[in-house]
Design a protein around this ligand. Structure first.
Ligand SMILES: NC(=O)c1ccc[n+]([C@@H]2O[C@H](COP(=O)([O-])OP(=O)(O)OC[C@H]3O[C@@H](n4cnc5c(N)ncnc54)[C@H](O)[C@@H]3O)[C@@H](O)[C@H]2O)c1
Length: 262
């Protein structure tokens, strides 16, 4: 039997074919899950509809996670399709571009900081809160983080702080939802070229650095993340909650890159 057979998964965060959430949707479809998807803006809807043709998906709904009303509407509409949800994937992050270049001390603004934390961290709480009445026994909530939450990454700035908040949120939510046998985890992914990543200054250099220093000597793919996501959201991971799992070709274990010492 496929890993996610009979499970219903809401995936929030597909923008295009390069999105990490698209990699997750591909694997979830392969593993037998039924999908519901969201789009942030009307202009993204046709792209997502085209992608969804390859997946078991009857339900594509709008949701801007910075709007409480959108989140409320999302679950009201979802209820007319599904009586319950087994999986929520939150693959959403945003900070204004000027926050993601140069020294944090110089570029971070109160407004930029607020936006980064609202969209990239609070939205996980907001979605989980709205989904809670529909979550099944052994439900799984999954979000995406990055090593910039734990270590200083050039230009990641306020987003690093937002990811630290997100990872702490995973622990609090896991504690809150544990008694109803629902699990909450994060995948900390290595760098992948996506729309969101292209907003980070020098992202190409980060990609090539990672490829040479990671123990597996490669960058990860959307499929690598999708495979771990499928495991974490399956019954095989029934004892795992509140964790941040690294899918980064091992990069996070390294102190110095081997080719930096001659
Ligand atoms: N690409 C990487 O290198 C990398 C590494 C680690 C973690 N991540 C994380 O993976 C997740 C997905 O990002 P991605 O790299 O696939 O990029 P992406 O641009 O494909 O996806 C980001 C998604 O966030 C959505 N979004 C932004 N603001 C929103 C809002 N207000 N309401 C609803 N949706 C909104 C966008 O529509 C988009 O679908 C993010 O949390 C990102 O931080 C990415």
């Amino acid at each position: 039997m496929a890993l996610l057979e009979g499970k219903r998964a809401l995936i929030v965060g597909i923008a295009n074919q390069y999105s990490i959430a698209t990699g997750i949707a591909n694997v979830f479809a392969r593993e037998g899950a039924e999908l519901a998807l969201t789009y942030q803006q009307e202009r993204l809807k046709p792209k997502i509809e085209r992608l969804a043709k390859d997946w078991p998906c009857q339900c594509i709904l709008p949701c801007d996670v910075s709007q409480d009303d959108d989140i409320k509407q999302l679950f009201t509409k979802l209820k007319s399709h599904w009586s319950s949800i087994d999986i929520i994937v939150h693959a959403v992050a945003f900070a204004p571009m000027q926050e993601l270049a140069d020294d944090m001390v110089d570029v971070t603004t109160r407004e930029g900081f607020k936006i980064a934390h609202d969209i990239s961290s609070y939205s996980l709480i907001a979605l989980t809160k709205a989904a809670k009445p529909m979550l099944t026994d052994n439900a799984s909530v999954l979000t995406l983080s990055y090593l910039g939450s734990q270590r200083v990454m050039p230009n990641y700035n306020a987003m690093g702080l937002a990811k630290a908040s997100l990872e702490a949120g995973v622990k609090y939510l896991a504690s809150n939802l544990g008694p109803m046998n629902a699990r909450v985890n994060a995948i900390s992914a290595g760098p992948i070229k996506t729309l969101a990543a292209s907003g980070i200054k020098q992202f190409r250099s980060i990609l090539s650095y990672n490829q040479t220093m990671a123990p597996l000597r490669r960058n990860i793919t959307q499929e690598d993340v999708g495979n771990t996501a499928a495991f974490l959201c399956s019954n095989l991971a029934s004892g795992i909650t509140g964790q941040t799992i690294y899918v980064d070709a091992g990069a996070s274990i390294m102190g110095l890159a081997p080719n930096e010492i001659q």
